[in-house]
Design a protein around this ligand. Structure first.
Ligand SMILES: Cc1ncc(COP(=O)(O)O)c(C=O)c1O
Length: 393
């Protein structure tokens, strides 16, 4: 047989998948694969039942997304964009519904990058950003987010722009896995550099509604002058606990979105029509829904981090999203992967080796997610109770 593609060999096999398989084998609690253990809002499920009974919405829909969903997305985001844009978002031309933010990013990369183009990405990073770059032949330039707060050095970012003249910068906000929420000042600095070097800004905003006090979320595209160069990718997955519905969206200027749309068409034709129609209702939830979501995740974060404190494990404190990085350096394992295998076999807890997120291969962390029932999180803490003593610490 002829050899398969070279690109296929460049992807590392997914550590999350590996840990999930081990978790199932050892009947573990899976804190590796980040999706909510709980149900989506009831009104969203009711809407799905209703759509399922209708005969009209089960065929291909418009490539850009159904009118109802695009209007609902624009309406939800208008209040954030209006002051800088001086008008409402044009839902017909400036919104594209995708199959999750994952597909939104892939279509965006195809539209923006030629082989050899450089782009800036903060490390630690969400793994898709690098895998997508392999597909299109773009070259990542890494700028560090420094633990424990995951701030970045403004001069280092400026140097990365000056030395590489990047085509784009990726901003994952709130960030996976660090939980960083970028301040307005940081976003303005990023914008000024992107303007100076005429770079696109690609944002990944899937956790925009999971931000913990006192941190405040700023949509980058809502800053004065940002809209014209910003491709804002987002998702319904996390905000409405529907990771399996595979619905995401992009808000961007028509001139950019029109090209992204071609790749979206090629990859998927359209996002699932009945799910788009069912989902529109969620986009019109009022602030109470989002306040309750924040409250829910704040409680889960507090259960996990106070439990980790009680068993003496060092950890990051997330500002947003639903991940905690646990510092395992003191355990002295040869690798974070070895530690994770031990953790799932002997304690029944699956985590992701942190090195899969760090460009420098940092082995000091593992990643837990906390989108779990409270009882599951308490059980995790119980299982971890003796871990330091078991290791003579
Ligand atoms: C930062 C980030 N972006 C995108 C995704 C995927 O989102 P979607 O389900 O919309 O494809 C995830 C999922 O974990 C994520 O953490």
């Amino acid at each position: 047989m002829k050899e398969l593609s070279h690109k296929g060999k460049l992807f590392a096999s997914s550590k999350i998948r590996e840990m999930t398989i081990l978790s199932n084998k050892y009947n573990g609690i899976n804190l590796a694969q980040g999706f909510p253990e709980f149900a989506p809002p009831k009104s969203l499920l009711d809407s799905l039942v209703q759509i399922a009974q209708e005969t009209t919405d089960h065929q291909y829909g418009p490539n850009w997304g159904t009118d109802n969903l695009r209007q609902a997305i624009a309406q939800k985001q208008n209040s954030h964009y209006r002051s800088a844009l001086g008008r409402d978002i044009n839902w017909e031309d400036e919104v594209l519904v995708t199959c999750g933010s994952t597909e939104a990013m892939m279509a965006t990369y195809h539209a923006v990058f030629n082989p050899g183009d450089k782009f800036i990405v903060f490390t630690p990073y969400y793994s898709s950003y690098i895998a997508d770059a392999i597909v299109v032949g773009a070259e990542p330039i890494f700028v560090k987010l420094n633990p424990p707060n995951f701030d970045f050095d403004y001069n280092a970012l400026e140097r990365a722009f000056a030395e590489n003249d990047p085509k784009a910068i990726i901003v994952c906000n709130p960030s996976n896995p660090s939980g960083k929420v970028f301040t307005k000042d940081e976003l303005e600095y990023i914008l000024r550099l992107a303007q100076r070097y005429d770079s696109y800004i690609i944002t990944d905003e899937v956790y925009d509604h999971i931000v913990f006090e006192p941190y405040v979320y700023t949509y980058l595209a809502s800053l004065e002058g940002a809209f014209e160069r910003t491709i804002a990718c987002s998702s319904l997955s996390k905000s409405y606990s529907v990771t399996g519905w595979r619905l995401g969206y992009i808000i961007a200027p028509y001139e950019i979105l029109d090209t992204i749309r071609k790749f979206h068409d090629l990859q998927t034709v359209c996002a699932p029509t009945p799910l788009q129609e069912a989902a529109a209702v969620a986009l019109s939830y009022d602030d109470t829904y989002y306040d309750e979501l924040t409250e829910l995740y704040t409680r889960k974060k507090d259960i996990l981090i106070s439990g980790l404190d009680a068993v003496g494990l060092k950890h990051t404190i997330p500002q947003g999203a639903y991940f905690v990085l646990v510092d395992i350096a003191e355990f002295g394992y040869a690798s974070d992967h070895d530690f994770c295998v031990h953790l799932v076999k002997d304690y029944g807890i699956a985590a992701v080796p942190g090195s899969s997120f760090f460009q420098d291969g940092n082995q000091n962390y593992i990643r837990f997610h906390f989108a779990k029932h409270d009882d599951t999180l308490y059980e995790v803490i119980k299982r971890l109770g003796t871990i330091r003593a078991d290791h003579g610490l």
